[in-house]
Design a protein around this ligand. Structure first.
Ligand SMILES: [Zn+2]
Length: 223
């Protein structure tokens, strides 16, 4: 499998290329482009957060904790007093950094369900839902954010799969086929749980019509 640096590097470059291309085609503003590039890069390292005990995990949970704090500030700043906001942010940071990390390490197997196409889709949907329902982005922007994260996730899975092909090209390593999969057969229960989570997300999502419009538009640009 590819290591953390390769993943982060390739996803960052991929994100920068996509963000820049869309910006030049006036699909989004400069600020949006930066957000999109960062989401692709984040998606590119997300699948490996289930590899217990690595430096990457600590880094990723730090990043996620910072993102969670920013989200909390954006959502709560108009509604609560500064002191309360400060306490909540502290709690959110510690919870995300230590508690979520520990829970994740306890309940996941590396390259299990979290390392699958299903997870790529569910994390993308969650991103679109958060962007639309919590952060008040337009439907189109929210879908773009979701797609950016999913793109990063897919770059990661593809890279892992490429690395499992022996570089002399002759042999496949035993890990072939473990990186890029729809879901994990060993854990049908958790796969079902992920599906249920996404079903729950439906009411938070921007409309499918907006997604369809976005896809048709991008395809037209591509041609
Ligand atoms: Zn991986």
């Amino acid at each position: 499998m590819a290591n953390f640096r390769t993943h982060f590097g390739v996803a960052s470059v991929g994100g920068a290329v996509v963000a820049q291309a869309g910006w030049q085609a006036s699909q989004w503003s400069g600020w949006q482009a930066i957000t999109i590039a960062m989401l692709v890069a984040l998606g590119g390292i997300l699948p490996d957060i289930d590899a217990d005990q690595s430096q990457a995990i600590r880094l990723i949970f730090n990043i996620l904790a910072v993102i969670a704090v920013v989200l909390a500030v954006l959502v709560l700043q108009q509604r609560v007093t500064p002191a309360y906001l400060f306490a909540v942010c502290g709690g959110v940071y510690l919870g995300m950094r230590y508690l979520a990390g520990a829970i994740f390490a306890r309940f996941t197997v590396h390259r299990g369900l979290w390392h699958s196409l299903l997870a790529a889709i569910v994390t993308g949907l969650s991103t679109a839902a958060i962007s639309f329902s919590l952060l008040g982005q337009t439907e189109r922007q929210a879908w773009i954010h979701g797609l950016a994260l999913t793109l990063g996730f897919l770059i990661h899975l593809t890279l892992d799969e490429l690395y499992s092909v022996d570089l002399t090209g002759a042999r496949l390593k035993r890990s072939f086929g473990t990186a890029l999969k729809l879901f994990s057969w060993q854990a049908p229960g958790s796969a079902l749980m992920l599906v249920l989570v996404s079903a729950h997300l439906l009411s938070w999502l921007p409309s499918l019509a907006a997604l369809r419009q976005l896809v048709t538009q991008s395809l037209a640009l591509w041609h």
